[in-house]
Design a protein around this ligand. Structure first.
Ligand SMILES: Nc1nc2c(ncn2[C@@H]2O[C@H](COP(=O)(O)OP(=O)(O)OP(=O)(O)O)[C@@H](O)[C@H]2O)c(=O)[nH]1
Length: 417
């Protein structure tokens, strides 16, 4: 990522450069005047430009025209701004303006750059029967680099949500012929939770209870039309920030920090979920526990960092082999587990034998070193039932089978009797 700072104050430009570099892996060019900025635009492609409104050779915001004329998102830095200037800048299509006040202003600029990066990969669906309103919202969102799709009815929105995966934010008008905004939200919430898909409702009705109704029906936020540029973008970004935060918390709670695969907590909750699902009652389930052999030696011989790489590679291979309905997790240390619902004992044993052998035939190459890694595997099989204590028994059996595999010489699959 390459960023251009157009700013005649060398101190300010350097502070911003330092703060941006701390947060982003990027190249930063500094132009102290319009002429230099013009030259830099001829030779480089920029992700975003941050420009002062007044420069020694361009006192009237010509740098903003230059940036936008080059099709580059523009963040404006300014000491002051009157109402007219603000209107003009927003109409020109800048990302945002920031007052040069204190360190928080520069932190805000750094955050804006992260937000723009996030927005590029964020799909937003706008639903409004008014072409004018859709166009305004689309333009506002595109200035922030969002990937925007729009439709003119709730019915089309539902179809699109079904066909096009990855939409993270739905912005819907309330008053629409056919399906109104409320009904659309209710229908959407049957399939998508607040954590998966955020919804912002819009209406030009000045009805006070509308906000609460929207939110009670499943919207994350609500805004009055016509939208105020800055408020709209703040609300959109806050809503998406909350979604990101929830995702991060979910990952912290359910993923193993080292390998990125599921952790023990997720694994156990998933098994409990299966046990509680009517359609799984009586379905056969195989569970395999895998433990890397003599892993302590890997750490002792090559160091902990290499040990970590082995764990990551092992997890990667395991989750590549057992996809689809299987649940693959790291239980802790060098111990992993795979649950295979619907897989009979014979098939599960063959699959585990294949995996065990693949470790020997495809050695781990780390830093040009070849490491011979093997695994002992214990397998237990049962039918999903009503009693939760069965889960404990199943895991105990797999663990005992693993213990047997270890004591019988390692690099072996043992099935619980
Ligand atoms: N690098 C690394 N090592 C870990 C991690 N978690 C646990 N270990 C190490 O894993 C090793 C496990 O050693 P042991 O339980 O003695 O087992 P082992 O050497 O694999 O021997 P067997 O299981 O009997 O074949 C210990 O040295 C732990 O320090 C981790 O996250 N990273």
């Amino acid at each position: 990522m390459r960023i251009l700072i157009i700013e005649d104050s060398n101190v300010l430009a350097r502070v911003l450069q330092f703060m941006l570099k701390k947060q982003h892996d990027c190249i930063i060019d500094i132009a102290p005047d319009l002429a230099t900025a013009k030259t830099l635009f001829e030779i480089n492609d920029y992700f975003v430009a941050i420009t002062d409104l007044r420069l020694p050779d361009a006192e009237n915001g010509e740098s903003v025209e230059l940036v936008l004329g080059n099709g580059i998102p523009c963040i404006v830095l300014t000491g002051s701004l009157d109402h007219k200037q603000r209107q003009r800048l927003l109409q020109m299509g800048i990302v945002d303006y920031v007052y040069k006040e204190n360190k928080f202003s520069y932190e805000y600029v750094v955050k804006l750059v992260s937000t723009l990066q996030r927005n590029i990969d964020t799909k937003v669906l706008v639903v409004d029967d008014s072409i004018v309103s859709r166009k305004i919202l689309k333009n506002l969102l595109k200035q922030q680099l969002f990937d925007v799709v729009d439709v003119d009815s709730g019915e089309k929105a539902l179809t699109l949500l079904q066909d096009l995966s990855g939409i993270r934010l739905l912005i819907t008008d309330y008053n629409m012929p056919g399906m109104d905004g409320f009904e659309l939200i209710l229908r959407v919430r049957e399939k998508f939770s607040r954590e998966e898909l955020a919804i912002i409702g819009l209406s030009n009705e000045g009805n006070e209870s509308l906000t609460a109704r929207f939110i009670k029906n499943g919207a994350n936020d609500f805004l009055q039309k016509p939208v105020v540029h800055e408020e709209f973008l703040c609300r959109v970004n806050n809503t998406l920030d909350s979604l990101d935060m929830i995702k991060k918390l979910w990952e912290l709670a359910n993923l193993d920090y080292l390998t990125g695969i599921f952790n023990r907590r997720y694994f156990l909750s998933k098994l409990k979920e299966l046990w509680g699902t009517e359609s799984y009652q009586g379905v056969i389930i195989s569970v395999a526990m895998l433990d890397i052999d003599f892993f302590k030696r890997v750490n002792d011989t090559h160091g902990h960092d290499i040990g970590d790489i082995v764990l990551k590679e092992f997890a990667h291979r395991l989750s590549n082999k057992f996809k689809q309905d299987c649940i693959v997790a790291r239980l802790g240390g060098e111990e992993f587990v795979v649950a295979m619902p619907g897989v009979e004992c014979d098939t599960a044993t063959s699959l585990m034998e294949e995996f065990r052998e693949s470790l020997l035939t495809l050695p781990f190459i780390i830093d040009d070193m070849q490491l011979d890694i093997s695994s002992s595997i214990g397998l237990a099989v049962t039918e999903v039932g009503k009693s939760a204590s069965m889960i404990e028994d199943l895991l105990k059996s797999a663990d005992l089978a693993l213990y047997r595999a270890k004591s019988e010489g390692r690099n072996k699959v043992c099935v619980a009797s």
